[in-house]
Design a protein around this ligand. Sequence first.
Ligand code: ATP
Length: 364
Amino acid sequence: MPDITLSNVQKSYGGASPLAVNNLNLQIGDGEFMCLLGPSGCGKTTTLRMIAGLEGLTSGEIRVGDQVVDCPAKGRFLGPEKRGMGLVFQSYALWPHLTIERNTDFGLRLRKVPKAEREARVAKVMKALDIEKYRDRYPSQLSGGQQQRVALARMLAVNPGVLLLDEPLSNLDARLRLEMRAELKRIHAEFRTTIVFVTHDQWEAMTLATRIAVMNEGTLQQIGTPNDIYDRPANRFVAEFVGSPPINILDLGSDHPLDIAARDWLRTRLGERADLGSAGLRPEALQVAMTEGNVPAGSFRHPAVVTGILPTGGSWIIEVNCEGRVVFLTTTESPALRGGEEVWLHARPTSLHVFGQDRQRLAG
Ligand code: ATP
């Protein structure tokens, strides 16, 4: 399957409302599992619908390989049925009067695929999704998660080069959701389908994607592997959107003692002229020491008081207070700490994410 390329894509729904998608440039390679991640209203669904052909661009261009599928300036628009893509939305609709098997082979019958081939393909996807045992049942006799698997099977049966999924797991409970994530990864590996997957759930994106495109207010914030996004966030928005508990942000322009300490410490590393705006510290990058003597040389440090120890089952969230400022850290080792204890909070130099006054990444 050829690459999907979005060039300077803009989408306006008209009126005075801001652009739903603003100058988006994105290339999705063959066999990628691309997650579009961002908060509600950031334009992810609109982007997916434009790729599918369910929504036209206001300006810009979408190409599939060399073929322009949408470009208002060239007067070109290819309808969804001509793009060879499969779509599964949050609210998937199965035919209530058809059995699971008939639901699964629906698209193949529509395309008049010969019977033998149809049966072979349906058998393959039903096996891959473990729904063979329900073949003679009707949708109303299946759970929501089982129905969602049938919706996926129906899509995969027609063997689309590209699978477009809009929050397809959002109706499932936590366990089933996890199972379906693993299932999707297997499907991706087995069918080598290009997948574009919309989610607002950072963990879903982190666990599934080969690359993540983070969006906010219609604008692409960063595109990269899950590790890139987590370890080298391009700006404050990405740093704060990804990670749980969220990253601790220090405002380097403030006169709070913790912020002043971080600013002075960073100035010695980055020089006096650095345009310091804020610094981010991931909870797992922070540690506590009982005495300053136990803080590794060169680390950023500040005195703190332990104010909360929250077990989360196998790991702990520790809340400390630095002169009125609450900071969270996480640990996977049982903490030998008591509430009210005075400690030293510290972090390795490389674990500080530094952002300029324009909120873009400076260093770290
Ligand atoms: P969600 O996760 O809530 O679905 P999203 O990131 O997918 O959000 P979109 O649905 O793409 O966001 O919406 C982007 C912006 O465009 C929002 O401000 C939304 O209100 C607006 N919008 C979406 N569809 C329409 C429409 N049909 N008419 C007018 N405005 C729309």
